[in-house]
Design a binder for this molecule. Structure first.
Ligand SMILES: N[C@@H](CCC(=O)N[C@@H](CS)C(=O)NCC(=O)O)C(=O)O
Length: 267
């Protein structure tokens, strides 16, 4: 058996039958995370104590085995203003690096740290530019979906807020339309292509965030089971969430934070 075919075998998680090797989109070698440019020293990751825009970065820092501190900033601490002044764009998430520089912007950080994380021997940032582009398309579409939901923050009345969120996920609703298009291009086993990428991680985190109860407060709005209507997306998200390192991290986080927002991720 050649080294390449050994590497290919490594990218398939246990219990999943590899696709036949004649499939044209099958990568010929497994992508490997580069060691040389890996950031050194302690990274202090600043974000609110829930699994939203900063959570993909937290998970990458954990999976990448970085020396990192999970600085969970309360709303009271943020309101006090010192950190807001320190943050480059006045927002979180941001990472304070060991050399005193800052990394900001959730999706830029997700892509950067993905370069240094392997899952079963495959780097989460694919070397194929077209595959990386397809991942970005879906990640940006998920951001479009979040932006539609975020508009509901401006609605004060709880019933109106809930109705607006429900409408987005109802038949023909704007989020339903987006999810239906995403389902149409999602891969059979992974979000894109035939390997785990940062897209699988990103969708796992953000779909979990949509299901964690944050959006269902103070009134239900849309079902936490919305993803059941999209079997390919659900499959990709579940496959990533079932990785042993991901499961053990979230049972630890849920245990430490006692936050209901992490309960579904700890299952
Ligand atoms: N484009 C930024 C947006 C960051 C953002 O909206 N951060 C929010 C929390 S999710 C925030 O810091 N809100 C508090 C504030 O703006 O003062 C990113 O993706 O990182």
């Amino acid at each position: 058996m050649s080294k390449d075919s050994l590497d290919l075998d490594l990218i398939h998680e246990e219990g999943v039958t590899p696709k036949p090797k004649h499939e044209s989109s099958m990568p010929q070698t497994a992508d490997r995370a580069p060691k040389a440019q890996r950031p050194r020293g302690k990274i202090v990751m600043h974000y609110f104590p829930f699994p939203a825009m900063g959570e993909p970065v937290r998970l990458l820092l954990e999976l990448g085995g970085f020396d990192w501190e999970d600085k969970r900033v309360s709303f009271a601490e943020w309101k006090e203003g010192t950190l807001k002044k320190q943050a480059t764009w006045g927002q979180m998430p941001f990472c304070l690096m060991a050399d005193g520089t800052q990394l900001t912007q959730s999706r830029a950080m997700t892509k950067y740290f993905a370069h240094f994380v392997d899952i079963n021997g495959t780097c989460l940032f694919p070397s194929d530019p077209l595959l990386a582009f397809r991942v970005d398309e879906l990640v940006d579409s998920l951001e479009d979906l979040l932006n539609k939901l975020r508009k509901s923050f401006a609605i004060a009345d709880p019933k109106e807020k809930s109705d607006a969120r429900e409408k987005l996920f109802a038949a023909g609703g704007e989020c339903t339309q987006l999810l239906t298009k995403m389902e149409g291009v999602c891969g059979d086993r992974f979000l894109c292509g035939n390997q785990f990428t940062y897209g699988d991680l990103y969708f796992y985190v953000i779909v979990s965030f949509l299901q964690c109860g944050f959006w269902q407060d103070p009134a239900p709005g849309f079902s936490v089971d919305f993803i059941d209507a999209y079997p390919k997306l659900k499959g990709a998200v579940s496959r990533f969430g079932a990785l042993p390192k991901v499961k053990s991290y979230y049972s630890k986080v849920h245990g430490e934070t006692k936050s209901p927002f992490y309960a579904s991720m700890a299952k």
